[in-house]
Design a binder for this molecule. Structure first.
Ligand SMILES: [Zn+2]
Length: 457
């Protein structure tokens, strides 16, 4: 969500409180939770438009009693018993709820999903219509069932709890309070709604699967970067050096967060397989790196860091001494300029949000490749900036080894002869040279295999 809209909502929307990261994430010294206090968020629904649940015209919470997880022949809506809906305080807001209560958990689930939807609808510039709209008008949110798992499905999200080491239900870890997990699941819904699904049974959809997981993580991280406490922590612990390559150690205690671990990865295509989560890593990394490079470009433009420091931090340093020097220079640049660094990061965040919204709006799900996503991103950047960040996008994707597959028709050479445009073709009366006689030139092989991803061969 843009900085401007967030400011406007503060006066018009409905207030909730949610934890930016799970309460079980602890400080490194064990002195307490990393984010001990919930942060106020404002959803894009006026208090007068809120419905019981909490709910609104897009989604609602139903705190089901005695419910088993949905399965193939057991689908929404939930028609069984439910606890009473959570009510707002006398002022119409929900920020009065005690974090120790079940009502707080239920309200958190609504506020998280609604907030992430608000953020992404703002980047899309329009309403994201549910992919299940032919059956349901609203998303059903079930916050706390007795289950050591969570799932998103057609028309619903239902969440249980984490597991203890003994593989029993860990009631101290309700998934519905985990912002990253909820945002990731909503990310899948956004991709179903905006990109769709492959139509052909011949489509192996390997890159499509990786893109889905990557999109879930990117939806979550961009949404997470709307928490002031998380942005401040990220910048303070890295001193503004957000470069992802080997950067996980710099994000400190936040590296215990699954979403942060995912975006600060250093995987390339040659290091991953076809399993969707594994395959998502280079794509997520390339796209997150793009945001970081745009952020650093802005720091250079504002003369907060030098172009030379940016160059050095972007390219892999040669030794540990380099890393120490870079760290010291970033610390010097960041100290006293914290607000300006934060402003640059939020601008880069909003650029990435809009870039992804345009990209996903224009992406075909059929025979999708990462190279196709790269080109869609370049087109989106031309639409947004006139192509100002094309070089950044190209180099981030090149580092991750995302390129056309070797058998792609895109990389096939066309010679004058193979195109039938040689001299003999233009001057049939000229003395025939069998070497270039168009009749003698073998027709280009159909190379049907090239139309099919090499993974199928
Ligand atoms: Zn997922």
């Amino acid at each position: 969500m843009s900085i401007e809209l967030d400011l406007r909502l503060a006066g018009e929307g409905t207030r909730f409180r949610i934890f930016p990261q799970p309460r079980f994430l602890k400080k490194a010294d064990g002195s307490g939770p990393l984010f001990p206090e919930p942060e106020v968020v404002v959803v894009n629904v006026e208090p007068s438009a809120m419905r019981p649940g909490p709910g609104d015209d897009r989604m609602f919470v139903v705190d089901a009693v005695g419910k088993l997880p949905y399965k193939d022949f057991f689908r929404p809506p939930w028609r069984g018993q439910a606890r009473p809906p959570v009510r707002p305080g006398p002022d119409g807001h929900f920020d009065h709820l005690d974090p120790a209560t079940r009502d707080f958990s239920a309200a958190t689930m609504y506020a998280t999903v609604r907030r992430v939807l608000d953020i992404w609808e703002d980047y899309f510039g329009r309403t994201i219509q549910w992919h299940f709209e032919s059956d349901f008008d609203r998303l059903e949110l079930i916050p706390l069932i007795e289950w050591d798992n969570a799932q998103s499905g057609y028309g619903f999200l239902e969440f249980g709890f984490g597991r203890t080491p003994k593989k029993t239900i860990d009631h101290s870890r309700p998934y519905c309070e985990n912002f990253d997990v909820l945002a990731h699941e909503l990310g899948h819904s956004i991709i179903f709604a905006e990109v769709g699904v492959p139509a052909s049974p011949l489509d192996p959809a390997i890159d499509y699967g990786g893109m889905h997981e990557s999109a879930g993580d990117l939806v979550a991280i961009v949404a997470s970067l709307h928490f002031h406490s998380l942005v401040d922590y990220l910048l303070d612990s890295t001193r503004g050096n957000l470069l992802t390559i080997n950067g996980l150690d710099r994000v400190g205690e936040l590296s215990d967060s699954s979403e942060i671990r995912t975006v600060f990865n250093n995987q390339r295509m040659s290091e991953v397989g076809t399993e969707p989560h594994d395959r998502s890593l280079p794509l997520t990394g390339a796209i997150f790196d793009t945001m970081v490079e745009v952020f650093q470009q802005d720091l250079v433009a504002k003369k907060l860091i030098s172009e030379e420091l940016r160059e050095r931090s972007t390219h892999l340093p040669g030794s540990a001494i380099d890393l120490k020097e870079i760290e010291a220079e970033f610390t010097a640049a960041y100290t006293g300029n914290e607000a300006a660094f934060k402003e640059s990061l939020l601008v880069a965040r909003d650029y990435l949000g809009r870039l992804l919204a345009i990209t996903w709006s224009n992406l075909s799900p059929d025979f999708l490749t990462y190279h196709g996503i790269l080109r869609a991103l370049l087109r989106a950047d031309r639409e947004l900036t006139g192509g100002a960040n094309a070089a950044i996008i190209r180099s981030c994707f090149a580092w991750r080894e995302i390129a056309p597959v070797p058998t792609s028709l895109l990389v096939r050479n066309h010679t004058v002869a193979s195109c039938g445009l040689d001299a003999a073709a233009y001057h049939p009366a000229a003395p025939a040279d069998p070497a270039i006689d168009p009749q003698q030139i073998p027709a280009p092989r159909p190379e049907r295999g090239n139309f099919i991803s090499p993974r199928m061969i």
